[in-house]
Design a binder for this molecule. Structure first.
Ligand code: ZN
Length: 474
């Protein structure tokens, strides 16, 4: 599968180069005297970055002459990073957000997103709008629905309908073939699939050269499912594999899965998490966990720490929460304000439910990073009170809190996601011939990751945009 993808990358790069043949009338823009930050090398000071339309033309020391530039942006005292990615978003989860999401992402410097679950008939028109020529929108890569098993967690009951049923191998093959025809960029495998369906989905994805994002299915282990996929989300079900009694817990889990009564997917999944998650974390075994992590060295982990640690570090308590509420689309604002007020009213009675899982998520991410497991930045926005765009910066802070250096956190939001799609030759760093997605910052993010919020302007597909213009509706 990986070789096939390399061929595709080569061909698309070639087409890309051909498409970029000089046009004498195009707008050529230079950012001068700026510090260029790429996550895979040392910072370059006093650089001039020239770009035109959607292509970076050159990155050279500012003392070198430049010619034929139609506009100059003074980057003195500023820092230029590649456009950021959010690797885990749901554009169609909450209709109140869908329309505002593209401009919110851009306002916060998020120039590419990976939509990890939405029904085709809802997500495709959104993707088409976002990909329209001249749309102010991040690049979007989508998976279609969460591919679930006989039972579907996101079935439209208590939670929105973003999942689909795959009862057997034949159904799984048909689904992936249909998704491929619909033009998805990857597939997303969910928690209720059986091992047979998991394998069928994964083989079908290889056939169509589609990368795979997945939760570890409840019927499988992280060590078995992880290496078969390209990214794993939320660290979900990894705790089982890291427990000294993992085999026993797995047996118990299979027992429940094979003998449950008529029940909704959401209920069954929650009951398994409640029954096993904390006991597994308590039974943590370092040796075992190291072995698990070694099995995951070529699978990007998208831990969504912002979400996993919400119970311990609720967004409501952030200093700038009011600015978040101000930017929540009207249709969702009241709900968010109510949740905020509820939080402060009930706080004294909170027993910090879930803080064990929060701590575990942060610690495990730090360990994974140290052991060489690749980490990607994603938020699950708008789920769990995540404002599109804003929440990516919160995720970067949590990645640093977990033990990543600021530059490693930037890697997780620039190069790593490009690698998921084998697009690292085209995006993820500021270099000649790469796409023109960049964020100009007023402060140095390698000194303090919170400085990624100090956005001066955003360049998306070569267009220079100012956050204020994107957010202000009047
Ligand atoms: Zn999600």
């Amino acid at each position: 599968m990986k070789i096939m993808r390399l061929i595709t990358v080569f061909t698309t790069s070639l087409l890309f180069l051909i498409a970029c043949v000089e046009d004498p009338h195009r707008d050529v823009i230079a950012i001068t005297n700026v510090t260029v930050i790429n996550a895979d090398r040392d910072n370059l000071e006093k650089q001039t970055v020239v770009f035109a339309e959607d292509q970076i033309i050159s990155v050279e020391p500012t003392d070198k002459e430049i010619s034929d530039v139609s506009r100059v942006i003074d980057g003195t005292g500023k820092y230029l990073i590649p456009g950021l990615w959010d690797m885990h978003v749901h554009l169609t989860y909450d209709d109140a957000f869908t329309e505002d999401m593209p401009s919110l992402f851009l306002a916060y410097g998020v120039t590419s997103v990976r939509d990890t679950g939405g029904l085709i008939h809802k997500i495709k028109p959104v993707v088409e709008r976002m990909r329209a020529v001249d749309a102010n929108s991040p690049r979007v890569y989508f998976s279609g629905p969460l591919l679930d098993g006989e039972l579907v967690v996101y079935d439209g009951g208590l939670v929105p309908e973003i999942g689909s049923k795959n009862s057997d191998i034949e159904m799984a093959e048909k689904t992936v073939s249909m998704l491929n025809r619909e033009g998805v960029d990857f597939i997303k495998i969910y928690e209720m699939v059986s091992p047979e369906v998991f394998t069928a989905l994964s083989e079908a994805a290889s056939k169509y050269n589609l990368p795979i994002a997945a939760h570890v299915p409840l019927s499988m282990t992280a060590s078995i499912a992880g290496p078969e996929v390209d990214s794993m989300e939320h660290l979900r079900n990894v705790e089982l594999d890291c427990a000294f009694n993992s085999a026993e817990l797995h047996e118990e889990r299979l027992g429940v899965l094979n003998s449950h009564e008529e029940v909704a997917g959401l209920t069954l999944r929650s009951s398994l998490h409640t029954m096993q998650r904390l006991p597994a974390i308590k039974n943590y075994d370092e040796e075992k966990c190291n072995r698990t992590m070694d099995n995951l060295k070529s699978t990007i982990q998208v831990p969504t720490l912002r979400l996993n640690s919400f119970s311990m570090y609720p967004g409501y308590e952030r200093e700038d929460w009011q600015s978040v509420l101000d930017n929540v689309p009207e249709g969702a604002k009241e709900k968010w304000i109510l949740a905020t007020n509820d939080w402060f009213e009930q706080k004294k009675d909170q027993d910090w439910y879930g803080s064990e899982f929060a701590k575990w998520s942060l610690e495990l991410t730090g360990r994974m990073n140290k052991r060489g497991v690749p980490i990607g930045a994603g938020t699950d926005t708008p789920i769990g009170y995540a404002l599109p765009g804003y929440s990516l910066h919160t995720e970067l802070e949590f990645l640093v809190e977990a033990g990543l250096s600021p530059i490693e956190a930037l890697y997780a939001a620039t190069i790593r996601p490009a690698e998921f799609f084998s697009l690292q030759d085209k995006m993820g760093t500021i270099e000649p011939n790469k796409v023109a997605d960049m964020v100009l910052l007023d402060a140095n993010p390698t000194e303090d990751i919170r400085n990624t919020r100090q956005i001066n302007l955003v360049i998306s597909k070569g267009k220079v945009l100012f956050p204020k213009d994107l957010i202000d509706k009047d």
